[in-house]
Design a protein around this ligand. Sequence first.
Ligand code: ZN
Length: 146
Amino acid sequence: MNSIILVCNNCGTKNRIPADKQHLGPKCGSCKNFISLSGAAVPVELADSNFAAFISQASKPVMVDFYSPTCGPCRMLAPTIDTMAKRFLGRIIIAKLDTNSNQKTAAQFRIKGVPSLLFFNNGQVIDRLTGALSEQELAKLLEKFA
Ligand SMILES: [Zn+2]
C-alpha cells in the first residue's frame, strides 16, 4: 500500500499517511491536530494481495482504475485519476490497480481492455466502463456516484 508524507501545519512533524487512510481525517502523530490533505491526496494503489479486503471493508464508494503501465491511453488518463483523488477525497475512494502485476484481480473482474474503470459500492461492482474519458466526463460520472 502506498503512502504520502505530510508536514503538520501545527507542529511541523512529518507524518506518513497510508493512502487507504486518507479519507478518515488523519491526525498528526505528535500533536493530534488534523492533517490537511487538501491538494495532497493520491489514488490508493491496490494489488492482488489486498484488493478483496480493501473493497469489502471500504466505508465509501470506490472507483478503481485498472491500468497497464505500458498502455498509452492509461498514461494519458493517469493525471485525471490523480485529480479525482484530490477532488473527491472523503466522498469517493479513488484507487488503481496495475493489471500487469496483478493479473489475478484483473482476471477475476474480466478486464479485457485498459483503462477500465470499475465502480464499487458495499463491495459490489455497480458500474464499469472501458476506455479513456475527459476530466470533465469523469467528474460528472463521479458526482452521480458520490
Ligand atoms: Zn502536529
